[in-house]
Design a protein around this ligand. Structure first.
Ligand SMILES: [Mn+2]
Length: 400
């Protein structure tokens, strides 16, 4: 018997680029996804976290999500499995469960001490839902169910790894004879960041070792990293599906979802997500920018329904005045909107350069820049300080 499911993640509904909404592209993606579901008629849709961009998303973002869920289950026999990501509020995702579970939509948003079911067994396949959680939730859980492992524990990585191992054993029921599929949104192994992810770490542990999941699962459907990538291609297949749209100008644009078929073996068919809006990133200088921008306007295809977004960086050895207005004039009658314009002084002082370059930096990057400027001559931030900073950051974020 052959079983087919679709794996996607990191929709970040409601996310903005500078001040521009991405909801039109996100809506286009969800319509496209409905067509894919109709075409391949999969048994399940797996959404591996970061459904929304913020813990309490706008009503428009929520409306889009519920409209999608309704249309997906109304028009097919699909079951939908959803876990939270680091951007989601787990409790917020779980609140509508009483309505959704009768419609074959299953959500695990948080790791809680109360008993709940993390494994769903179907004919030939079991889905195991690992919600996003932070260290303190892991410790709470351990205190309740395996306190003996907390004795004499340091928050160093081998100990945290041990707790995670216990946790995986404790919450999941691995079914021999079935294909076992894991959904998760933590950092595993050594993935490649695209730059638009928020940093996350468990106390003392930067990423979860693959050895903790390798033996137990056949396919691992990950979320968090925004570039589509495999951590392992066989036994098991471990894959980050990536985000369906690029969130930064610099991010790779080849976005995908996975259509996975389980027989005696596992086949992954990657389906390319169309680009619904063009994002252009141009690095120019004061001599060539006009010519390049005119060229861009000339070659702009009309086939895109949504206007294009543009980021321009212009290097120069002297301050350039009025250049943003000039560029806006150049683009005036074109379907290209200038979202970000940075000038880079080649011989200017370094601070200005960092300021203009780091507009979209993560908190971790900004902290590093700040530290290196404050303590001249230092090459990196001491590890313990980074650890403390990350802890504070994750505390602040979980209060949202
Ligand atoms: Mn994400």
């Amino acid at each position: 018997m052959s079983i087919n499911f679709i794996h996607t993640s990191d929709w970040h509904l409601g996310k903005k680029l500078f001040k521009e909404s991405r909801l039109p592209e996100q809506e286009a993606f969800l319509s496209w996804l409905l067509v894919q579901i109709k075409k391949s008629n999969p048994k399940a849709l797996l959404i591996s976290g970061d459904i929304f961009d913020t813990p309490h998303p706008s009503s428009k973002a929520q409306a889009l999500y519920y409209q999608f869920l309704k249309e997906a289950v109304d028009n097919s026999n699909i079951e939908i499995f959803i876990i939270s990501g680091n951007h989601d509020s787990g409790r917020f995702l779980e609140a509508p469960i009483p309505f959704l579970k009768d419609r074959s939509i299953h959500i695990i948003g948080s790791l809680e001490v109360e008993k709940k079911t993390y494994s769903y067994h179907r004919e030939g396949v079991s889905y195991h839902l690992f919600p996003y959680f932070r260290s303190h939730e892991l410790y709470n859980y351990a205190r309740e169910y395996f306190p003996e492992h907390l004795e004499g524990l340091n928050t160093n990585s081998s100990d945290t790894g041990l707790l995670l191992d216990k946790l995986i054993d404790h919450i999941f029921e691995i079914k021999e004879g079935n294909k076992n599929v894991l959904l998760a949104h933590h950092l595993f192994g050594n993935g490649e960041l695209s730059g638009s992810e928020l940093g996350l770490s468990l106390s003392g542990l930067d990423s979860i070792p693959l050895s903790l999941i390798k033996e137990k699962f056949d396919y691992v459907a990950l979320g968090h990293l925004h570039n589509h990538q495999y951590l392992s291609k066989v036994d098991p297949i471990i894959c980050y599906s990536g985000s369906p749209i690029a969130f930064r100008f610099s991010e790779r644009k080849n976005k995908k979802i996975n259509s996975v078929t389980l027989n005696s073996d596992i086949k992954v068919k990657e389906i390319a997500v169309p680009e619904f809006r063009k994002l252009y990133e141009l690095k120019l200088n004061e001599r060539n920018y006009k010519e390049n921008l005119l060229e861009l306007v000339k070659n702009q295809q009309d086939s895109f329904e949504l206007e294009s977004f543009l980021e321009v960086q212009i290097s120069s050895d002297k301050p350039l005045r009025g250049i943003s207005d000039e560029i806006r004039d150049l683009l005036q009658d074109s379907p290209i909107k200038l979202l970000s314009m940075q000038t880079r002084l080649i011989k200017g002082n370094e601070l200005n350069e960092i300021k203009s370059r780091k507009k979209e930096s993560t908190a971790e990057e900004l902290f590093k820049d700040f530290y290196l400027q404050k303590y001249e001559g230092e090459k990196s931030v001491p590890k313990d300080l980074t650890g403390l900073f990350n802890e504070l950051l994750s505390e602040a974020r979980s209060e949202n």
